[in-house]
Design a protein around this ligand. Structure first.
Ligand code: AMP
Length: 341
């Protein structure tokens, strides 16, 4: 299947999933909060309180070990098709509709063979994802991809899966709007968005990327990811209290940028009532999810920057800068640069 076919089929597959009862839609309302020049979106979705919570009971935990929804045979009402491995040409990825959708047309790209969600993105993962984003743009849809990697990243399924969300705003998710505004002197190097409260590592793709050959696209994407992963791991190593085990991080991929955000915790404990607020890549894209009015008020009261810092890490970019120029990201105004690493 071609990426353009996937993009074309998603809306009808979504309707088919809904009609069959295999795809569940959870209605929500969107609330905006502006902090530090970033217009965050908080989605209030009370219906999620009724969603099955596999992590909450030991019985569900043992079921999870035996049942993998991302391994074949797939539910035909959620399955869209396969995407190939670029080198071998065989079916390497399955495209599935998200069974529990808060946003319509949310789909997943899962590896056909089991791979762990704690493993880094491969060049092929990145290229196939990027091609889906290009196909979406050609179809005039604003789609971005994300990957929750590792136990502390907010992932709920252990089988490797990238996720694709369609949004209305042509400028992308909130984080992308401020990232786009940053003016870089040497755009081929990773940088940090200084105004954010947490460690973040970003790479801006060359503006010609979508018109390059697939081999060149793959090389650019892979190199960008590796350089950001190196920085994320370096950030993690600076934290003496980082939990043992594989590193966790969130990845956000748009047509213009790749973001990697190292994670220290899966949940933020809300100050007002101790509720555990899960945060995943979407939170770092600037799109948070809460399940009640109480949580909504708690998040607004506590502040999103503080919450994202608490489940992320502190920036150590000063230590990471080695003899390179440091520019300044001017909050709320015209950017004169991020900090180049
Ligand atoms: P994450 O929670 O980030 O690991 O993402 C896993 C996604 O897979 C969630 O958005 C779930 O809604 C979705 N999901 C869970 N079970 C299924 C399933 N059987 N088929 C398709 N999507 C699923």
């Amino acid at each position: 299947m071609q990426p353009s076919e996937v993009i074309d089929i998603v809306p009808s597959a979504y309707e088919k999933g809904l009609a069959s009862g295999d795809l569940l839609f959870f209605p929500s309302s969107v609330h905006h909060v502006e902090e530090n020049g970033i217009k965050y979106e908080i989605r209030l979705c009370p219906a999620l309180q009724k969603k099955p919570q596999p992590k909450d009971s030991s019985q569900a935990d043992s079921e999870k070990k035996t049942y993998d929804p991302f391994s074949p045979p797939y539910n035909p009402n959620l399955f869209i098709g396969y995407l190939p491995n670029q080198d071998r040409g065989d079916e390497a990825y399955a495209i599935l509709m998200n069974k529990y959708s808060v946003v319509p047309n949310h789909f997943l790209m899962v590896t056909k063979e089991y791979q762990s969600q704690t493993s880094p993105l491969t060049p092929d993962d990145l290229l196939n994802s990027y091609k889906l984003l290009i196909a979406a743009r050609k179809a005039r849809k604003n789609v971005f991809a994300f990957y929750n990697c590792g136990d502390l990243s907010g992932a709920s399924q252990p089988h490797k899966h990238l996720q694709f969300i369609q949004i209305e705003d042509e400028h992308g998710p909130p984080i992308e709007k401020i990232t786009r505004g940053i003016n870089l002197e040497t755009p081929d190097r990773p940088f940090t968005v200084n105004r954010l409260s947490y460690a973040n590592h970003v790479f801006r793709f060359p503006s010609t990327l979508s018109s390059l050959s697939e081999n060149e696209q793959e090389a650019t994407l892979a190199q960008a990811f590796l350089s950001l992963l190196d920085l994320a791991i370096s950030t993690i190593r600076h934290d003496p209290n980082y939990p043992a085990g594989k590193p966790s991080y969130n990845v956000i991929l748009t047509l213009e940028h790749l973001h990697v955000i190292p994670r220290s915790k899966e949940y933020h404990s809300l100050e007002s009532n101790g509720d555990q607020l899960p945060v995943n890549s979407l939170g770092y894209a600037g799109m948070l999810l809460v399940k009640s009015e109480t949580e909504l008020e708690a998040v607004k009261g506590e502040g999103i920057s503080k919450i994202l810092r608490s489940v992320g890490l502190g920036s150590v970019h000063e230590q990471q800068v080695m003899g390179d120029t440091v520019d300044v990201d001017v909050p709320g105004g015209i950017q004169v640069g991020g900090s180049r690493i």
